[in-house]
Design a protein around this ligand. Structure first.
Ligand code: UGA
Length: 438
């Protein structure tokens, strides 16, 4: 198939590269000339294992190209994919202005029948608006479809090439048949449905996963009070196939560009039709409170935070990515600084992005020392907090942590160390929902 992909963010770029890999002819479009130049020079602007290599192999094979010209890409395409951003408005609602702009431009240049697919996460009813936006600018025939994306950052290529399921939401037989044959090489689990249900499946899936996380975090908080171990509890629960073991890792709460934005958007969508989504509101609140638990444990173990030096390992919202959007580390750092602490921080991949996003590019803040390597963050600190479970931290030598710290407190926000492993050191250890070693 000839495919035009509008938007070269995570979803657009990964989908475009993977469709080229499957033998399709793909043109990716972005408005930003600098981004297109970077892609044309063979560089991927995001940190995503395996993506750059696959992209360059397909560019060389002539199956993948990048351009700022939407017209050039769309005029030749059988399939036009909208994968532009839908950032949150201040009230939590998804901002559809990029979608509208893309749809209108597609309408202006359509040269014959095309299927217009939305991959961006959009509120229920948006694809009908896409059809209207396109239709207002063309007399060419076209169909619209919602094919939501379920990839995770850090394993985006694998998730795209080996999806659990593909959802195809459309009322057109012709579009459904073409989209089924495009996705058939990837999986047999293809669900055909109406457009509105497809749009809802995406939000409901992310909201449910976020609910699992907040649920296990509350169980963890309770475990701490009653002397149980949340890992044992999650294992015992997860073996029930109706519950399932995944997304039951307790920690400092979820972050990233999807769960926080999509849960807020779904609450907003519900509010628009006068439905009070009480459960999801609690999920969001619990997630916000969970970030505070790190501070409470630090304050409990150190007595006070004012003037204390705290080492922080991890700034990315999860390992395997340089994405720092809605990272718990940002809130935790701000609260620690407000409490008067001095921070020594380190992340193997996300330092640059983090500084740029939350501090000025130079990262100048008298209370923050941006470390060159992980042990510098430990040296002379009163406590060390692990916030992102990067391998280098998980495999760290705890004797070395103990000997470099000025104090003896280790806060493990991701439950990466085994209790027996820590018990053989003199560290005072606080994790999430497991017995503390004081
Ligand atoms: C998430 C979904 O998992 C994807 O299916 C979806 O396509 C994507 O959002 C999206 O809507 O685009 P992603 O945000 O990349 O993917 O990251 P996840 O691996 O799902 O992790 C999200 C957050 O939950 C992270 O902060 C992670 O640390 C946290 N988490 C995850 C937990 O705290 N506990 C768990 O058991 C699992």
């Amino acid at each position: 198939m000839k495919i035009a992909v509008i938007g070269t963010g995570y979803v657009g770029l990964v989908s475009g590269v993977c469709w080229a890999e499957l033998g399709n002819d793909v043109t990716c479009v972005d408005k930003l000339q600098s981004k297109i130049d970077q892609l044309n020079s063979g560089k991927v602007p995001i940190y995503e294992p395996g993506l750059e290599q696959m992209m360059n192999a397909n560019r060389t094979a002539g199956k993948l190209r990048f351009t700022t010209s939407l017209a050039e890409a769309v005029q030749l395409a059988d399939l036009v994919v909208i994968a532009v951003g839908t950032p949150s408005l201040p009230n939590g609602e998804a901002n559809l202005s990029f979608i509208q702009q893309a749809a209108e431009e597609i309408g202006q240049v359509l040269a014959g029948y095309a299927i217009i697919v939305t991959k961006s996460t959009v509120p229920v009813g948006t694809n009908e608006r896409v059809a209207a936006w396109v239709g207002a600018h063309t007399s060419q025939p076209f169909d619209v479809a919602s094919v939501p994306e379920f990839l995770r950052e850090g394993s985006a290529v694998r998730d795209t090439l080996h999806p659990d399921r593909i959802i195809i939401g459309t009322d057109s037989e012709r579009a459904a048949a073409a989209l089924e044959s495009l996705h058939r090489p990837l999986t047999d689990q293809i669900v055909r449905t109406d457009i509105r249900s497809a749009e809802m499946i995406k939000y409901a899936s992310n909201a449910f996963l976020a609910t699992k996380i907040s649920f296990i975090n509350e169980i963890a908080n309770l475990c701490e009070k009653v002397g149980a171990n949340v890992e044992e509890v999650a294992t015992g629960m997860g073996l029930d196939q109706r519950i399932g073991g995944s997304f039951l890792r307790a920690g400092i709460g979820y972050g990233g560009s999807c769960f926080p934005k999509d849960t807020q958007a779904l609450i907003q969508i519900a509010g628009d039709v006068a439905y009070d989504f009480k459960l999801l509101k609690s999920v969001v609140e619990v997630n916000q409170l969970q970030r505070r638990s790190v501070l409470e444990k630090l304050a409990d173990s150190l007595g006070h935070l004012n003037g204390r030096t705290i080492g922080l390992w991890g700034l990315a919202f999860k390992p395997g990515t340089d994405d720092v959007r809605e990272s718990p580390a940002a809130d935790i750092m701000a609260a620690l600084i407000e409490a008067g602490a001095v921070l020594k921080v380190y992340d193997p991949i996300a330092m640059v992005n983090f500084k740029r996003t939350y501090y000025n590019a130079a990262g100048s803040d008298d209370n923050i020392i941006w470390c060159e390597e992980q042990w510098e963050a430990v040296l002379g600190s009163d406590a060390l907090c692990l916030l992102t479970e990067w391998d280098a931290f998980v495999q760290a030598d705890l004797q070395r942590v103990e000997s470099l710290l000025r104090g003896s407190v280790l806060i493990d926000g991701r439950n990466v160390f085994r209790l027996e492993q820590v018990a053989s050191t003199g560290l005072r250890y606080y994790s999430v929902g497991r017995p503390a070693l004081k």
